[in-house]
Ligand binder design. Structure first.
Ligand SMILES: Nc1ncnc2c1ncn2[C@@H]1O[C@H](COP(=O)(O)OP(=O)(O)OP(=O)(O)O)[C@@H](O)[C@H]1O
Length: 289
């Protein structure tokens, strides 16, 4: 089944992305989280000592539980594509994105990337105690821009974010920003650079409509300028407006890979309409061992 979708996708990519250069290859990827401290006797010094002394110290005996968050996922992404990642809560979207960014190890399988992937999440590491202005510099330098390049693009970044539309917020610490304002600034910093592979986790969901429109426009530009964009979102409209291909993950498995409209139709039939689950949300992806 997975092989069929990849073959199909390869055909389609030649037309849609006008390129056959692969940028991300996921080959049978499994990702497993290990959660410590779930065993009996947690917190007791004697129990801890017993666990340390136990000869057959299996993970289970040591109180480690596994969450199998991504299961046997395979796909190939090509230069010039914008790919939406959809799925109900806990289906493994963010986990897969982090693994593509190189922030999580894979249990089985392989991930190959062309160039350096950049992960832009709502939790992207900027410093709450620093002003928006300092964070623009910090983020720009962290992405490999020179001080001079950041200086040149600074005003463009601030204007794009719209942070200063309601006052001089850019000179206030980021911790004073609303979650939407923070997400806008993070997106604006990341979007100031052309990326080989840009991974965006829900950044658009927090902005208002006019910011979403600007971001969608920028994502289209980023695609034209080279790389591949991945967008995780629960907002089907954002996915429709931005992506031409969608991967649907459910319980950690790749349920569908194909043209946006086709996959979204199937997904909406599954959830009972755009973004509104008909039935209670299914159990999380992770099969807890
Ligand atoms: N740090 C972690 N430790 C253990 N399990 C985790 C961790 N992060 C995520 N998980 C589990 O992995 C599974 C997939 O989570 P993930 O955050 O990737 O889903 P998602 O599709 O991005 O969800 P959402 O749409 O709610 O953001 C879930 O079962 C979740 O409980």
């Amino acid at each position: 089944m997975a092989e069929q979708t990849i073959e199909y996708h390869t055909e389609r990519t030649r037309v849609a992305a006008d390129s056959t250069i692969p940028t991300v290859v996921c080959d049978g990827v499994d990702i497993v989280y290990r959660v410590n401290g779930t065993g009996a006797g947690r917190g007791s010094a004697t129990a801890a000592l017993n666990r340390m002394m136990r000869r057959e110290k299996t993970e289970k005996a040591a109180g480690v539980r596994k969450v199998h968050a991504v299961k046997k996922v395979s796909f190939v992404a090509y230069k010039g594509e914008a790919i939406g990642l959809i799925g109900t809560n806990g289906s493994g979207k963010s986990t897969l994105l982090k693994a593509v960014a190189g922030l999580l190890p894979v249990e089985n399988g392989r991930i190959y990337t062309h160039g350096q992937p950049s992960l832009l999440g709502v939790n992207a590491a900027l410093m709450g105690d620093l002003t928006g202005e300092r964070n623009v510099y910090l983020g720009g330098l962290a992405m490999g821009m020179s001080r001079e390049q950041v200086r040149e693009r600074y005003q463009g970044i601030v204007d794009f974010s719209g942070i200063n539309e309601k006052g001089d917020f850019i000179t206030l610490p980021m911790r004073t920003y609303s979650s939407g304002m923070g997400a806008r600034l993070r997106f604006s910093i990341a979007a100031a650079k052309d990326h080989d592979v840009l991974l965006i986790d829900e950044a658009l969901a927090t902005g208002d409509r006019s910011f979403q429109r600007r971001s969608e426009e920028r994502i289209r530009e980023l695609r034209q300028h080279a790389g591949t964009v991945f967008l995780v979102s629960h907002n089907n409209k954002s996915i429709r407006d931005t992506c031409d291909r969608v991967l649907w993950l459910e319980r950690g498995e790749l349920r569908m890979d194909g043209p946006t409209e086709e996959v979204l139709e199937a997904y909406e039939a599954f959830t009972g309409g755009a973004d509104k689950p008909k039935e209670p949300a299914p159990a999380p992806a992770g099969k807890v061992a």
